[in-house]
Design a protein around this ligand. Structure first.
Ligand code: BTN
Length: 277
């Protein structure tokens, strides 16, 4: 399978000419290589970059994942991009954004690959239990005292999406090979990254940039439908603790709702979930 199905690097003008979105990507910044699209975009967001501003890179040299992990982002292989959101949501709802993005990405990938993808709390997309996409949402909140408001205010969210598109198994470091997968490995053929990207942007705009207060509950319903772990006994790994319970629901702010051994329901906003053995 030759990698060369398209130009090695992104062509910003060709992308702009084909974008069918009004807000998302209206300001589009494209790099051949960058450290991390999230890091770059956070600097722009701090200086006021508008909602929908998007940064796309062919390669990241210091791509970041959740919990301080590295995110492998080789050239000519994936979709590595970040965008700014300035949604009118209550602060308690912000945690639902990664789930909302995950479900939109999972549905888009299904449309391209003709197979079902699963979501994993809080923000992974899996196929056959291997990770194909990760999402990193970073939020800036200004405290009431500084903003002069009566309550804390959301300044911006930078949402980063990493999708393994055309890697071969040997492109993944040995320690990831059993847990990571690309769309090409799933379908047996290389995918046109540009087509996936354009369709994804269109769907992300419809889901997130129109009326998020209204679309969010529906997106969470769709997320539940794609989550095979719901209803199962799980272990939640937090920094110092392992919590066992049945994964009974997700909250309106994207929280994991567990039913603990004593029957009590408890909500969690962080951690790593695994099916209990
Ligand atoms: C995770 O699964 O831990 C999240 C991975 C997020 C990776 C994307 S790639 C584009 C953006 N820039 C980064 O540095 N990270 C995100």
């Amino acid at each position: 399978m030759s990698r060369r199905t398209e130009k090695p690097f992104w062509d910003p003008d060709a992308l702009r000419a084909q974008l069918n979105t009004a807000v998302l990507g209206k300001r589009l910044i494209v790099f051949n290589r960058i450290t991390s699209t999230n890091d770059f975009l956070k600097r722009l967001a701090r200086r006021g970059a508008e909602t929908g501003t998007l940064v796309l890179a062919d390669q990241q040299t210091a791509g970041r994942g959740r919990l301080g992990r590295l995110w492998q982002s080789p050239p000519e292989a994936g979709l590595w991009f970040s965008f700014v959101l300035r949604p009118h949501l209550r602060l308690e709802q912000i945690g639902a954004l990664p789930l909302a993005i995950a479900v939109i990405v999972a549905e888009t990938l299904s449309a391209f690959c003709h197979t079902e993808f699963a979501v994993k709390w809080p923000n992974d997309i899996l196929w056959n239990q291997c990770k194909v996409c990760g999402i990193l949402c970073e939020t800036q909140i200004s405290p009431a005292l500084l903003s002069g408001e009566s309550s804390n205010q959301l300044e911006y969210v930078v949402a980063g999406v990493g999708i393994n598109v055309n890697q071969q198994p040997s492109d993944f470091p040995a320690e990831l090979r059993a847990r990571a997968i690309s769309l090409a490995m799933i379908t047996g053929q290389l995918l046109p990254r540009q087509d996936v990207f354009l369709e994804l942007l269109h769907r992300l705009e419809t889901g997130l940039f129109t009326n998020l207060t209204e679309t969010l509950p529906t997106l969470l319903l769709r997320w539940r439908a794609l989550c095979p772990d719901l209803g199962k006994p799980v272990v939640l790994q937090q920094a110092q603790e392992m919590i066992r319970g049945v994964f009974v629901n997700i909250g309106s702010g994207g929280e994991l709702v567990l039913r603990l051994a004593d029957g009590q329901r408890k909500m969690f906003s962080a951690g790593e979930v695994a099916i209990a053995k």
